[in-house]
Design a protein around this ligand. Sequence first.
Ligand SMILES: CC(C)(COP(=O)(O)OP(=O)(O)OC[C@H]1O[C@@H](n2cnc3c(N)ncnc32)[C@H](O)[C@@H]1OP(=O)(O)O)[C@@H](O)C(=O)NCCC(=O)NCCS
Length: 156
Amino acid sequence: MPPPNFTIEIGAPQAYARAKSLLNAGRHPVFIGPNMVARSARQGGLLFAVVRRGQIPRDAAVALVNVRTSTLLVLNVHPHFRGAGLGSKFLEFLRPNFARVLATTVPWFQQRDYAPLGEPRMGRSLLTQVMVRQELLGLAGRMAQHFGETCPCALP
Ligand SMILES: CC(C)(COP(=O)(O)OP(=O)(O)OC[C@H]1O[C@@H](n2cnc3c(N)ncnc32)[C@H](O)[C@@H]1OP(=O)(O)O)[C@@H](O)C(=O)NCCC(=O)NCCS
């Protein structure tokens, strides 16, 4: 089954209740507080994937992004919409350079061309892993070749 069509809406800093309702429905394993949501939203990094059935819009997924560092901080698809490719499409749309993810979802991101960067780290309660978009590793390699030495910014 193809993923449902969705539109993207950018959330306002006051949209905590809207984001929280999706995070609660999706049983997000880590508590996401209003300050974090507002901080992302102020940069334009609170995004909703909205699916329309007829005239009725329904929030299907939420993402928090640190826009300055191009880092995905949170991605949660409403359970009703999971397993249909919506999470993949949303990630494709966001295309962050980095993602800080729960260790349990590393395989999901790996299948979508992200690679672990460094070691997993203990977050407030769960193990987290920073992932990098695979194609950036190649870019770092090309830069190293260009400079004829190990590039100072080369990623491990
Ligand atoms: C991970 C998540 C975003 C995927 O969303 P989704 O819309 O179901 O994603 P897709 O439909 O594109 O992909 C589903 C596939 O990934 C697989 N999958 C789901 N979670 C996985 C995991 N942790 N590891 C590996 N594969 C996983 C599913 O089994 C499914 O496989 P299939 O296509 O072979 O049936 C969603 O399950 C979710 O919101 N989880 C809770 C929050 C979370 O962990 N967020 C990610 C880190 S912040």
